[in-house]
Design a protein around this ligand. Structure first.
Ligand code: DOR
Ligand code: ZN
Length: 435
């Protein structure tokens, strides 16, 4: 395959440089001053625009299987590419769940000729945890524990022993205390405006405490930390224990529970959107370099489901892949978050933590996955333009800055100006547990 050069403001290490990246055979061959690109190499000059490593999201829900009406591997990975993501790890709470070798195999088969970006799998907790461990060792990225799994393990010695015996296992955990949530539900009127009181910050903190107690000193990544209380606890603990990390979502950084008053069920998510103070605490932690990953928790549902009236019937979550860059760059423009820390948490930091090789950095021999962003482009979010099947958003109609204008996957331009340009060229990524 011939060489191609792409120039602009290129993210190298921890900063931008005016440079050109030479792509060859799907990899980055070298990085040069623009003036040094050989004349026989075609050059696409992106001028002042930012050239980032293809973004990495370690927490998305691509659904598929029986929930293909919400999203499937094809639509979800198109949305990823449109959002600037070239690598995603998808969650196992599918129907049926991905918690065994057979289901992992079946998921891989369903991705064939369907995925537009690279996709890896987290593994769910099977009734028999040995099945989860087997699937993990065949290339899953973590065993994902939901609040009900954490509660179950805390009450079942045998399961706990099976899971904690194996040194290598990497856990990702959603921490919320379901018993407290049930007690809150009995006391507080069950309506979506009260969602953040029902699933309150104490429920998150209790969930974190229980998880730390069960899995202390394990390789553990806590997903979507949303409150200042849980955050403080985790920062303290992770300073002592380097195997403990956490992520925050774009929506918990950018939005507050006010959005639930405005948009009702559309903005319902778990953990809930919280107060301004909570969002400020998450931004501060990001700016101090304490956040390992910013994730979208892209959680598509049908619009009919999201418009249901009854509190318990409204599913939690919303699509996020196509709004992450504008939401974050708008916070950067407002001086709320650091551009550098944001990029690190969208690229090299999650790639390193989850050992996803050859991605997340623009350096020689990495995959030629690149995302070109127009930093100051002003526009308005319209979910009707999403490539995701879920055409609604808590960011609906917001005025934002920052737009993904082109995406390269292994050297090929796969997205430009709102359109997917190629057939599905994504690959399933497998974690090698023997390294
Ligand atoms: O809001 C959420 N939606 N939180 C979760 O933990 C799950 C997710 C989903 O799968 O819809
Ligand atoms: Zn999730």
């Amino acid at each position: 395959m011939s060489e191609l050069a792409i120039s602009g403001r290129v993210w190298i290490g921890r900063e931008f440089h005016e440079a050109a990246v030479i792509l060859k055979e799907g990899r980055i061959l070298e990085i040069l001053p623009k003036s040094s690109v050989p004349l026989n190499v075609p050059l696409i000059d992106f001028g002042n625009n930012l050239i980032l490593p293809g973004l990495v999201d370690v927490h998305v829900h691509l659904r598929d299987f029986e929930q293909s009406y919400k999203e499937d591997f094809s639509s979800g990975t198109k949305a990823a590419i449109a959002g600037g993501y070239t690598t995603v790890l998808t969650m196992p709470n599918t129907k049926p769940p991905i918690s065994s070798l057979e289901m992992l195999q079946s998921a891989k088969e369903r991705t064939k000729d369907k995925i537009f970006c690279d996709v890896g799998f987290h593994i769910g907790l099977n009734e028999n945890p040995i099945n989860s461990i087997k699937a993990l060792m065949e290339g899953g990225f973590s065993i994902k524990l939901y609040p009900e799994d954490i509660m179950l393990i805390s009450k079942d010695r045998e399961k706990k022993e099976i899971l904690t015996k194996e040194e290598k296992i990497f856990f990702t955990a959603h921490c919320e205390d379901l018993e407290r949530i049930e007690a809150n539900k009995a006391k507080i009127e069950n309506k979506v405006e009260n969602h953040s009181m029902i699933r309150d910050e104490i429920a998150e903190l209790n969930g974190v405490e229980l998880c730390l107690k069960l899995l202390k000193l394990k390789n553990l990544h806590i997903v979507h930390v949303s409150s200042s209380l849980a955050l403080k606890r985790l920062i303290g603990e992770s300073e002592l224990d380097k195997k403990l990390t956490f992520e925050v979502t774009v929506h918990h950084l950018a939005l507050t529970k006010k959005r639930v008053e405005e948009l009702k069920g559309i903005a319902k998510t778990n953990p809930p959107l919280r107060s301004e103070e909570d969002a400020l605490a998450l931004r501060k932690a990001l700016n101090e370099g304490k956040v390992t990953a910013i994730v979208t928790d892209h959680a598509p549902h049908s619009i009919e489901e999201k418009k249901l009236e009854e509190y318990d019937s409204i599913p939690s979550g919303f699509p996020g892949l196509e709004t992450a860059i504008p939401a974050l760059l708008t916070l950067v423009k407002l001086g709320e978050i650091s551009l550098e820390e944001t990029i690190l948490a969208l690229t090299s930091k999650p790639a390193k933590r989850f050992q996803i090789h050859n991605v997340g950095e623009i350096k020689r021999n990495s995959f030629a996955n690149l995302t070109v962003v127009k930093q100051n482009e002003k526009w308005k979010i319209k979910s009707s333009n999403f490539l995701s099947k879920a055409k609604f958003s808590p960011f609906e109609n917001m005025e934002v800055v920052g737009k993904v204008i082109a995406v390269f996957l292994r050297g090929e331009k796969v997205f430009e100006e709102g359109s997917i340009l190629s057939n599905p060229k994504g690959r399933v990524i497998i974690k090698n547990w023997n390294l």
